[in-house]
Write a protein of this length. Structure first.
Length: 429
């Protein structure tokens, strides 16, 4: 793939133009949204004026899509039709850009090809769709009936069941809840969650047996079921739910901005129904999120630790996301626990680096997320975990990385739980 390091603005644009072929723009083919010659840029900037100039572009939803936003860099997907506008704004902002992906469709095509090499059994060498994940879950429940139990969180807008699995080897264990794939396009999260379930049930490693048997696990591999099906059938890069809006033709809400916890405070979400981080018309407007709050609320006294699986950026984000002005009283403990995860992962041969703090502190304010809501409800250790990578493949992480990512998440969680225990967070409530 093409990769220009540190643009040299003009040469790089000449390069990506030269590389562009055939169709441009989003087109429907087999009714799938295509991203031919859509490119993803990493843009470094120094100050808030530059940032504002660049973020103005994102209001043009059809041409620009914000993939990552931090105080030193943003990642932007740019339509081939908007390249000159992008170039003008870069110059105006005096920012430098580096191309991560020259053609997003190329990466999606590679993934589709890998997924088409379907094997008869479930595995972690390709990404599975919802029907395959649910069939696998049924097999798991049938294979381990004594220690597993299926549960249903509730129904999605389109009427699908949102399913989960509880793994419990004995009474009086502390509980860990894992939510995954609330953002539809973050496929690495459900691939990792299913691998993790399989390890808990089948590994013979002592550390993993201890993890599995001395904690109760509540795992929801795909929370945003409608959005996930939509990513498989229509648009690989869909993020939100699929409920239509009464005030706009744009569909869906960012479910991870929809919880009734500091909802829409401090610029932590958007009120624009077309925005990727649209908070919804009111808290819990999304049936999936209302159901999740009721389910998690009903068992919160049994849950000591909450983890929400996301990608990408390699971060652990603790409450609260909407402000860096005031940290929760056990923030220091949450940083110790996050450090344990990051140190364990960093010590593995892959050498993957995770950073940690609250979203508002390390990124930008984000309000209404599940982990904030779980914390507000009394689950004292609660993180959003952003998996690999840091933008090289972003949301379309090739399937060869599923197992390496899952292995390091497992090692990270072992260390995280161990630190929670040392700090007294695993006592029964
Ligand atoms: C643009 O950035 C460069 C390097 O950071 C700096 O030297 C230069 O003064 C900036 N120019 C403007 C117009 O901001
Ligand atoms: C897609 O796969 C081809 C063949 O393996 C490879 O050359 C190309 O770099 C891949 N594209 C991306 C964007 O990774
Ligand atoms: C992660 O933390 C390290 C060490 O504190 C720091 O040097 C680096 O810039 C951080 N990276 C990100 C992406 O925040
Ligand atoms: Zn996410």
């Amino acid at each position: 793939m093409q990769f220009c390091v540190l643009i040299t603005l003009l040469t790089c644009f000449a390069f990506s133009r030269g590389a562009s072929v055939a169709q441009e723009g989003i087109e429907k083919q087999d009714e799938r949204v295509r991203y031919d010659n859509y490119a993803v840029y990493k843009i470094n900037y120094d100050n808030s004026i530059q940032r504002q100039l660049l973020l103005q572009l994102v209001k043009r939803h059809e041409s620009f899509s914000l993939w990552h936003d931090s105080p030193t860099e943003i990642h932007l997907m740019v339509s081939p039709l908007a390249l000159s506008e992008f170039e003008r704004n870069l110059i105006r902002a005096n920012a430098t850009a580096e191309i991560f992906l020259a053609n997003v469709q190329n990466l999606i095509d590679n993934e589709t090809e890998a997924n088409a090499k379907a094997t008869s059994s479930f595995g972690w060498t390709r990404y599975h769709n919802l029907a395959e994940i649910e069939a696998w879950l049924d097999d798991i429940l049938a294979t381990y009936p004594d220690v597993t139990e299926g549960f249903v969180v509730g129904k999605s807008y389109e009427g699908r069941n949102i399913r989960g699995i509880k793994i419990s080897y004995k009474a009086d264990n502390p509980g860990v809840f894992i939510e995954s794939n609330i953002h539809a396009r973050e496929w690495i999260t459900s691939a990792t969650a299913t691998w993790f379930i399989n390890e808990l049930l089948s590994s013979t490693d002592d550390l993993i047996r201890d993890l599995a048997e001395n904690h109760d696990w509540y795992i929801v591999p795909v929370l945003n079921v409608d959005g996930f099906v939509y990513t498989h059938e229509k648009d690989r890069l869909w993020r939100k739910t699929r409920q239509p809006s009464s005030i706009s033709s744009c569909v869906g809400v960012d479910p991870n901005r929809n919880y009734d916890v500091h909802w829409m405070e401090n610029g932590g979400a958007s009120d624009d129904p077309c925005a990727l981080d649209y908070a919804g018309p009111h808290p819990f407007s999304e049936p999936e999120i209302k159901a999740m709050s009721e389910y998690l609320g009903s068992i919160k006294d049994k849950v000591n630790v909450f983890l929400a699986f996301h990608s990408y950026a390699q971060l652990l984000l603790s409450p609260y996301g909407h402000t860096a002005e005031k940290f929760p009283d056990n923030f220091d403990d949450m940083m110790k626990v996050a450090k344990a995860y990051a140190d364990a992962v960093g010590a593995m041969p892959y050498g993957t680096i995770y950073n940690y703090s609250s979203a508002a502190d390390i990124l930008y304010p984000a309000s209404g997320a599940t982990n904030d809501w779980a914390y507000q409800e009394g689950i004292r250790i609660s993180y959003t975990v952003e998996f690999r990578d840091r933008g090289r493949f972003a949301f379309v992480l090739p399937p060869a990385f599923i197992i390496p990512n899952a292995e390091e998440v497992l090692i990270g969680i072992i260390a995280l739980i161990d630190e929670c225990k040392k700090l007294g967070y695993l006592n029964l409530k």
